[in-house]
Write a protein that binds this ligand. Structure first.
Ligand SMILES: O=C(O)C1=C[C@@H](OP(=O)(O)O)[C@@H](O)[C@H](O)C1
Ligand SMILES: C=C(OP(=O)(O)O)C(=O)O
Length: 454
């Protein structure tokens, strides 16, 4: 058994390291049968709920990437124990309300999800806790979670709205009804986690459905959660407070946001025939696959099944000629992390792809609208930003030949390495270090399937 405290990660140390550039070259078929690592969103939630549960939780398939290890360390720093036993992570939780003050600052590295969800947890504890992150995370907006949590009773020192910050929670949290001003599963989840400590019912109203892993997993651990879907498609999610969570057995399915890069590579490299096993197919996460099917992609879903409360299946992808499409704004939450790789694919399609209503992309690890448009321009692809929309003009072929600035963003790095596998000239990215935040095995896994990366 090994405690997570002994895991060293590359991104959250804030050490200045040398950039690690990498080049992608035009590749032949991407073929074989693979599994992608565990879903990042579900992995964060499994660790957090396990820490808040009484008794032992066993987590199979946890994503071992820097973002998730930041959550694991925070859960440990707050008094739960997290140990690895072979392929399974075992968490001994302290119960809702049973966590204790950490010795030092909680460092969330590059992870928006870890920091925002933990702010929701900390709202219920009357103790000062300081949170920080890397340069990218310290630029990202925290007011979106602090505002509702302050309505519930959280205090924030110095009125700060970005990390680093110090917060003090309370045992007397107020339950609230809160309508999300931005479609964000992180904000919804932070409020629901705080609601576990509040007496009565805490409700989050979401005009557009966002990923619902927190709701599903709260129920799985024994909390009372009601979801009402209204005629206009909005959802009211209510958690009943003073909840008790019981340790559970969680099985984390493969991450569709990581699978997206493999799918894209198989679509653009001629002669590919790739099967990805055990991919999470929760409908709040499948907007990318739906869009690809509209673009003419040959993707078959095989053997749909249930894995501990989440739908999963195997995907078989064969290389395909793609056509440009309009991606409507209401689809954005179900594919929010897949826009950079969709934009890369759109470059290989015939005709224009309009990705509408992508404002949230501006506040991710980088401004992904700007970084994607700049990367496409560096590769000779015509793309423009109109307001919150990204428009890519595909011609069926990509020149490549450029160096892409990844802006400390793992998804920009992986999207442009993928694009390079189909481009005429090699495509370099300036730094692959941040890939470790979500998909550390990306390069060896892709290389094993036939990708020319080096
Ligand atoms: O709740 C989650 O696990 C996530 C929600 C999304 O962020 P927002 O809530 O900011 O949209 C997504 O971009 C992120 O990668 C993971
Ligand atoms: C946006 C992402 O993650 P987070 O918000 O957790 O940093 C992502 O993984 O693309």
């Amino acid at each position: 058994m090994r405690s997570v405290k002994s895991y060293q990660t590359s991104s959250n140390s804030n050490l200045i390291s040398m950039p690690q550039p990498l080049t992608a070259r035009r590749s032949a078929a991407i073929s074989g049968r693979v599994k992608v690592p565990g879903d990042k969103s579900i992995s964060h939630r499994a660790l957090i709920l396990a820490g808040l549960a009484t008794g032992r939780t066993r987590i199979e398939g946890l994503l071992e990437a820097d973002d998730v290890l930041a959550t694991a360390r925070a859960v440990e720093a707050l008094g739960a124990s997290v140990v690895r036993d072979g392929d399974v992570f075992e968490v001994l939780g302290q119960g809702v309300g049973g966590l204790s003050a950490p010795d030092g600052v909680l460092d969330f590295g590059n992870s928006g999800t870890a920091s925002r969800l933990m702010l929701g947890v900390l709202a219920g504890y009357p103790m000062p806790v300081s949170l920080t992150g890397d340069a990218s995370l310290c630029r990202r907006p925290m007011s979106r979670v602090l505002k509702p949590l302050m309505e519930m009773g959280l205090l924030v020192e110095d009125d700060r709205e970005t990390l680093p910050l110090t917060v003090v929670g309370t045992q007397d949290l107020l339950p609230i009804v809160y309508e999300l001003p931005v479609p964000s599963a992180q904000v919804k989840s932070a409020i629901l986690l705080a609601g576990l400590h509040a007496p009565g019912r805490t409700t989050v109203i979401e005009p557009l459905p966002t990923r619902d892993h927190t709701e599903r997993m709260l129920r799985y651990f024994g909390a009372e959660v009601d979801v009402e879907t209204r005629a206009d498609g909005s959802r009211a999610v209510t958690v009943t407070g003073d909840a008790e969570l019981r340790g559970a057995h969680v099985i984390v399915p493969g991450d569709p946001s990581s699978a997206a890069f493999l799918v894209a590579a198989a679509l653009i490299c001629p002669g590919s025939d790739l099967t990805i096993e055990n991919v999470l197919l929760n409908p709040t996460r499948t907007g990318f696959f739906d869009t690809l099917q509209e673009m003419g992609a040959d993707i078959a879903v095989l053997d749909q099944r249930d894995a501990a409360g989440e739908p999963v299946g195997d995907l078989r992808i064969r290389s395909s000629a793609l056509r440009g499409v309009r991606v409507p704004p209401e689809r954005a939450p179900s594919m929010i992390d897949e826009y950079p790789v969709l934009a890369a694919l759109a470059a290989f399609a015939e005709g224009e792809t309009r990705m509408e209503g992508s404002a949230e992309l501006k506040v991710k690890e980088s401004d992904r609208l700007a970084a994607t448009a700049a990367g496409l321009a560096a590769c000779g692809v015509t793309a423009r930003i109109e307001g919150d929309d990204l428009i890519v003009t595909g011609t069926g072929a990509v020149r490549g030949g450029g160096t892409v600035a990844t802006e400390m963003d793992h998804r920009i790095a992986m999207a442009f390495l993928t694009l390079g596998l189909g481009a005429e000239e090699p495509v370099a990215v300036d730094d692959i270090a941040m890939i470790a935040t979500s998909f550390p095995a990306f390069v060896p896994l892709m290389t094993g399937l036939g990708a020319r990366l080096g």
